[in-house]
Write a protein that binds this ligand. Structure first.
Ligand code: FE2
Length: 132
């Protein structure tokens, strides 16, 4: 479930990359907004899962999510003010997010796998956060 969500985030990163040269900034801005929105929902889902599984350093993981969320929102704010921040944003996404997925998220994987056994709870959470 989590891998699928991470892949979706990577799809958004690729979409931002593909739209970098778009003369219509609204298109690129829309993709960035969708990526931020999806990533924040994913973080909330992940945190609910870690909480359910009793992940001992949830507080730390949450702070890491918060600092990332703040960073991308700052990039978006600068973008909305007309600054060219897309390459910076892409760099951040590629380096920061992928290393977070590879390192920090791997850390909870074993523990959370147990919580994932509860299919009905997962289905309920997917519905709650993603509406699907
Ligand atoms: Fe995470």
């Amino acid at each position: 479930v989590i891998d699928k969500q991470h892949k979706r985030i990577v799809d958004y990163i690729n979409e931002i990359h593909d739209n970098l040269e778009d003369r219509d900034r609204n298109v690129l801005g829309g993709v960035i907004d969708s990526m931020i929105d999806y990533t924040l929902t994913h973080f909330a889902f992940e945190e609910a899962l870690m909480e359910r599984a009793g992940y001992p350093i949830l507080k730390h993981h949450k702070l890491v999510h918060q600092s990332f969320a703040q960073r991308v929102q700052d990039h978006k704010k600068n973008f909305d003010e007309g600054k060219d921040v897309t390459r910076q944003l892409l760099g951040d996404l590629q380096i920061w997010l992928t290393s977070h997925i590879k390192r920090d998220d791997q850390d909870y994987a074993v523990l959370v796998r147990g919580a994932l056994e509860e299919k009905s709870w997962i289905a309920k959470m997917l519905q709650k956060f993603f509406g699907s």
